[in-house]
Design a protein around this ligand. Structure first.
Ligand code: AHM
Ligand code: MG
Length: 312
């Protein structure tokens, strides 16, 4: 067969972040340097580790040695991880190194999620620096390990998607300025918990299935937040992980699951609420705090919020 001509001008992730840096008037290059660490691989395979532990070690090692980070918050670490003084930079990174743990063993899509914040002063990094609301995020993103590997990021100027080309080991810009459709036809929630939902959630999901109230929505639920949120970006609709009678704050974690996704969804023209206020306005009080989340197409989220208001 004929060889595909080599594209000598494709926008790699590194190239994209560099050009974003040029657009920022006071940029020092440190954030760019931080992104530079994501493309590099370093799996030495000394011993077989659980994939999520391995992913966590990779995140911590690569971020700490980027000389850009002061403090790390990981789903896998009970307390904050302080970067040693000599390697310390000005950013704070909250991440879930490998989300969707129940899908690892059966090879269903999983992902990594992160948010980047800036440390305001030169004080020794501490817990209070970690408890920052979503409206202080400077960049966020996720990697989805699906039928292809994709990175979706925002540095505050829209949401952009990059597909990994394994033949050259680069993430190539494939989805510039991703916008979530204003309304979708999909609801995504774990319906096995119907018996412990609030009446508002029951009413909303019932409505989405009732042909008398419009064309019924499709149900889609992978059980990996990154996959469910990525589908919502591409096709529209709503992703819900509500509070229930058993877990009054839902399941998903505010700092490294809800906030990064809320930041991205807002940047893409959608909404992300905890049922009362924007996820980005919630003041975190604990490192591993949970939050209910309603995220997706603007009109779909508004619709469920109306029903919640009516029931409250
Ligand atoms: P994890 O951090 O243990 O992987 O849990 C988070 C995952 C999310 O990816 C997903 O949205 C949710 O848990 C699914 O939970 P459930 O199985 O209760 O529906
Ligand atoms: Mg998780």
């Amino acid at each position: 067969g004929s060889l595909q001509p080599l594209n000598s001008d494709c926008v790699t992730l590194t190239r994209f972040v560099l050009s974003e840096q040029k657009r920022a008037p006071h940029a020092t290059g440190e954030l760019t340097q931080l992104f530079g660490t994501v493309g590099q691989k370093n799996v030495q395979g000394e011993e077989v580790k659980k994939l999520d532990i391995l992913a966590n070690e990779l995140f911590i090692n690569m971020l700490s040695s980027s000389y850009t980070v002061a403090l790390l918050i990981s789903e896998e670490n009970e307390t904050v991880v302080e970067v040693e003084t000599e390697k310390r930079g000005k950013y704070i990174v909250a991440f879930d190194p490998l989300d969707g743990s129940s899908n690892i063993d059966c090879l269903v899509s999983i992902g990594s999620i992160f948010a980047i914040m800036k440390k305001e002063d030169n004080s020794i990094p501490s817990l209070k620096d970690a408890l920052k609301p979503g409206n202080t995020v400077v960049a966020a993103g996720y990697a989805l390990y699906g039928s292809a590997t994709m990175m979706v990021i925002s540095l505050g100027t829209g949401v952009h998607g990059f597909m990994l080309d394994p033949s050259i080991g680069e993430f190539i810009l494939t989805d510039r300025n991703l916008r979530v459709p204003p309304r979708g036809k999909i609801y995504s929630i774990n319906e096995g918990y119907t018996h412990i939902w609030d009446d508002a959630i029951k009413e909303y999901i019932q409505k989405k299935k009732d042909p008398k109230q419009g064309k019924p929505y499709n149900a889609r639920y992978v059980g990996s937040m990154v996959a469910d949120v990525h589908r919502t970006f591409k096709y529209g609709g709503i992703f819900i992980y509500p509070a229930t009678k058993e877990s009054p704050n839902g399941k998903l974690r505010l700092l490294y699951e809800c906030i990064p996704m809320a930041y991205l969804m807002t940047q893409a023209g959608g909404l992300a609420s905890n049922g009362k206020i924007s996820i980005l306005d919630v003041q975190p009080e604990e490192l591993h705090q949970r939050s209910p989340i309603f995220l997706g197409s603007k009109e779909d989220v508004e619709e469920v919020l109306e029903i919640i208001k009516k029931h409250s």
